[in-house]
Design a binder for this molecule. Structure first.
Ligand SMILES: [Zn+2]
Length: 411
């Protein structure tokens, strides 16, 4: 089969989304320089200029560099003291909640909420933005978080009809089915804190762990730029302005309440501060897992997740694997790459082991819940694959013997 190739003005293969035309892999882990540095704001327009993970002149990614800083340059005892001082500042003894922990009850939020309550003497309210479709193991771990972990929780489930529509739009327009979920999940913590009069919000790890700007982790708080919606009708969800979704699909602005962020001003006025526990305590996902098993009744899955080799990370949502499948299509980075890169950095596996795992699992198609995913967003198998093919950047993919093949793979 002949290959249709799109070349840019310099005669290079066209790179969508402003991705670097030359694909490089980190010398230390297995991540490539195609990894976007934010999943929330990414609009996935083909001609968009998007920030990606940094690589230095030695070919090492910024997440690996951040890990060096974590291992050598941070005084973790001092950070622990800072956390104790922060808790002292916010701790209440009047029967109210003094910290809000957003999360699913997966290993990271289970660890965050439990250690704040039982090690730092706080009174957390945990708040969950519901997954699209709970898995059996996910629901069990979620309920164990309260039943075994001894914590209070508010489960927030958005209007399922609207959330399905937004997920469908996000898949078809952006090939980013998790975008509405990520938006809701980021908003729910600060929004509920403001509503319940809790002044401290504590998230888990900072995204610098995975390659966002290292500077972001020099401070413990979340960037305020995320919290701004001057005109909610102009907000874009699933690649469409909210006002256009309202006009076309018969919703009202009120239906979008859970997706409209509280303004930075309103949070400031109520004294709400958003912090990351990963700033204060050295973050290690595998240690969070061991902690959650011991303290909150967390259980790993009995089989590995499709597209990777791991059994305990993000296992609560039936459509989670389609998030990673779409990152494979758009950036050439599948779930095994994310998992292996993190485990190499944390010294759990070697780079050679990571490369072998990526080669074995990264491109595996998520078959198990494919029907559920198609039914959830209301498209056919053919529409699914046609959408994927629209988002394959020519500089990453080629046709070979009737199959799509990645031009560059880690080795
Ligand atoms: Zn790296």
């Amino acid at each position: 089969m002949s290959e249709t190739v799109l070349l840019n003005r310099a005669g290079e293969l066209e790179a969508y989304y402003g991705l670097p035309a030359e694909v490089k892999f980190c010398k230390r882990c297995v991540i490539s320089n195609q990894r976007p540095s934010s999943t929330v704001e990414f609009r996935h327009e083909k001609n968009e200029k998007k920030a990606v993970i940094g690589f230095d002149e030695e070919g090492v990614c910024s997440a690996c560099r951040f890990n060096e800083i974590k291992e050598t340059a941070i005084d973790w005892d001092q950070r622990d003291q800072a956390l104790r001082a922060l808790c002292d500042q916010f701790r209440r003894s009047d029967g109210g909640y003094d910290v809000l922990v957003p999360g699913s009850g997966g290993k990271d939020s289970a660890y965050t909420a439990h250690i704040l309550k039982y090690e730092y003497g706080m009174n957390p309210l945990t708040v969950t933005w519901a997954p699209h479709l709970y898995t059996g193991i996910g629901w069990k771990n979620f309920t164990n978080w309260m039943h075994e972990g001894g914590l209070d929780n508010l489960l927030f489930t958005p209007n399922g009809k609207l959330h399905r529509l937004l997920t469908r739009l996000a898949f078809l327009n952006l090939l980013h089915p998790f975008q509405p979920f990520i938006v809701g999940q980021r908003i729910i913590g600060p929004a509920m804190a403001a509503r319940y009069g809790v002044k401290l919000v504590m998230y888990g790890e900072n995204q610098a762990e995975y390659g966002n700007k290292i500077d972001e982790n020099k401070k413990p708080t979340m960037d305020e730029k995320f919290f701004s919606a001057d005109d909610p009708g102009e907000m874009v969800l699933g690649g469409v302005k909210v006002k256009d979704i309202i006009a076309e699909h018969g919703y009202s602005l009120n239906d979008f309440a859970p997706y409209i962020p509280p303004s930075a001003d309103s949070l400031n006025a109520k004294g709400v501060e958003v912090h990351y526990l990963g700033y204060y305590l050295k973050w290690d996902p595998q240690e969070c897992y061991y902690y959650a098993v011991e303290h909150t009744g967390f259980q790993a899955n009995d089989e590995r997740t499709e597209g990777t080799y791991s059994k305990y990370s993000s296992i609560d949502d039936k459509i989670d694997m389609f998030h990673y499948y779409t990152t494979l299509i758009k950036f050439g980075i599948g779930r095994a790459t994310y998992d292996a890169a993190q485990e190499i950095r944390n010294g759990k596996i070697t780079r050679d082991e990571g490369v072998a795992l990526v080669q074995k699992f990264d491109q595996e198609f998520p078959q198990k819940y494919f029907r559920d995913f198609l039914d959830y967003i209301g498209i056919t198998k053919e529409e699914f694959h046609a959408a994927c093919d629209r988002f394959r950047s020519p500089h990453l993919w080629k046709r070979d013997g009737g199959q799509w093949v990645l031009r560059h793979q880690v080795s």
